[in-house]
Design a protein around this ligand. Sequence first.
Ligand code: FMN
Length: 181
Amino acid sequence: MSDPASKPDRNAGANAKSGPDGDIDPRALRNALGCFTTGVTIITAMNAQGKKAGLTANSFSSVSLNPPLVSWSLSLYAPSLAIFQDSSHFAVHVLARDQEDLAMHFATPSDDKFADIQTVEGLGGAPLLAGAIATFQCRNAYRYYGGDHIIFLGGVESFEAGEGDPLLFCRGAFGDFANAE
Ligand SMILES: Cc1cc2nc3c(=O)[nH]c(=O)nc-3n(C[C@H](O)[C@H](O)[C@H](O)COP(=O)(O)O)c2cc1C
């Protein structure tokens, strides 16, 4: 017989809601959205003047297989915005679980995030980082405005994927699968 006490609590975590009149508390919304566990990427690009940009992003998503399209969104307030707007390509690196320090490095604004980082040049000059479990090189194909972010849609022109466990992000913290070996 099953023990009712062991059933999952369907109301667990349901202690922050928007009001019935639709008022949304941004902090509560952010916390609720943070329940959606994601992988972690670093997205890089280079513009026509040779300026490089790179940031940590968990908004990455697959969109379409045929044609192959991926998306991610960038804050309109990000210092790197102009470079991503002006780049012909971007590269998406899906981080391995031992790349948390790199994720924090690329999540911190800096004049030259690439100063101490070894890269090789990818399509459109996008800097390619070592150690990712998957890398997608994309044509910077379409852009859409969405509130305080721009959504970039990339056409995948080249990709590679290897072994290794992913770095995860949930509720503002990095982690990994409990059953990872
Ligand atoms: C796990 C994680 C995920 C992030 N995801 C995004 C994202 O999807 N879009 C975004 O604009 N910023 C995101 N950020 C914040 C950027 O990485 C951060 O603002 C970075 O400094 C932006 O790069 P820039 O300062 O060179 O413009 C994320 C930060 C972390 C730690």
